[in-house]
Write a protein that binds this ligand. Sequence first.
Ligand SMILES: *Cc1c(COP(=O)(O)O)cnc(C)c1O
Length: 464
Amino acid sequence: MNSILQHDLNDLENILEKAKRQGIDFLNNLENIPTSNNNKIDPKRDLNNLGLGSEKALKEFKERLAPLLVSSPGPRYWGFVTGGSTPASIVGDWLATVYDQNTQSVTSQGGNSALIEFETINLLLQLLELPDSFLGGFVTGATMSNFTSLAVARQWFGKQFGKDFAKNGISETINILTATPHSSSIKSLSMLGIGSQNYTVVKTIEGNREAIDLADLELKIKELNGKPFILISSAGTVNTADFDDFEAISNLKEKYNFWWHIDAAFGGFAAVSEKYKGYVQGWENADSITIDCHKWLNVPYESAFYLIKKAHVNLQIETFQNSNAPYLGDPLENFNYLNVLPENSRRLRALPVWFSLVAYGKEGFCDIIEKSTSLALHFGNALIEDGSFELLAPIRLNNVCFTLKGDENQDKVGEFLTKLNDTGTVFMTPTVYQNKKGIRASFVNWRTKEEDINIVLEEMKLLI
Ligand SMILES: *Cc1c(COP(=O)(O)O)cnc(C)c1O
């Protein structure tokens, strides 16, 4: 063994203690670490011939690299839709690394870590009150979940014409209908060879809505003259957290032949709260659903899952099977993850979620969801009261989409947000909503408190 590796091995406990210390110092200081910074490094660092060993690498990380990092798991990072790791999720994430399992298969590769993924999906179905007619798996984010779901939808579409697109490539125009798709679904259409421009935009409901207009949807369906299609619908749009009417779409399922995908990256968690579960009523009738865990479940990044109806498992295997060997027997009995999703070798990605669900239970997550939504309302009301701001849309859930009051101030929105983000006190995302420049604050993080909102409002008043 290389002598430096040998030294690290002998010194493992000390090294991990130091890494833990580094992590705890960061977490305990999240409130004071800025949400943005302009620190830079020259990334052309020379590779050492003789390694430094972990301890010195950690020292270099602390001095050179850590200053690049921001308080994104902290309470005032309201950009995008970003959670922050809870204690239990950190435990799960650390242990996933330590145990370093390959979760691609249930039995044949030695080790049964895939059963932990099965169990975690089952716990998630219980959390979201979804039936076990779904088969789920973990991927790195909602983008990959949309990709995985739409890949199976693509295979389904071919089968409606008696064709196997997975084997022979796409040879029919694939009809896609959608109203307010997330950019990652469009990216998925590009990655899937369907084409990022090849979809039909369905109108949204008149007025200040991003949800699909059902009359227009039915009109566009009729224009397809009985041809099959894929519907990409939304449970939580990023600007205004709007939801399509899933009961109504369920009814359309009775009349027309389509694959129904729901991007519920963050909005799916509405199901956890009695107050908001009405938003997703009927979603169990979808063919596939995308949900992110590194958002409202507050686990570290690279955690999302897809749910695809078990009835479609053969299509899923046709799409993702790793060898061309025909499947023998019941596909669910010989189940291996590497045959149903994009990756082959993969980490035990489910573990942070497993720890979170076991540690905090349904109530823990219900509290996070309801607290986030009440903070969003609190912030929205404070903006209105202030008089310098206006909401661009009503607050349905956890996202606040607002702008500087008055059309004459549209030019100032960008500069205002840049200055605000530069304070490092808070981070929000620029957006455009109904042709207006706006700002989006998303409440997702379990650490955020009323106090944080007051701190941010003070900063905003200074800059206006
Ligand atoms: C965040 C988000 C995505 C993309 O998620 P990643 O985890 O960044 O891949 C897709 N859809 C919706 C609705 C989202 O909010």
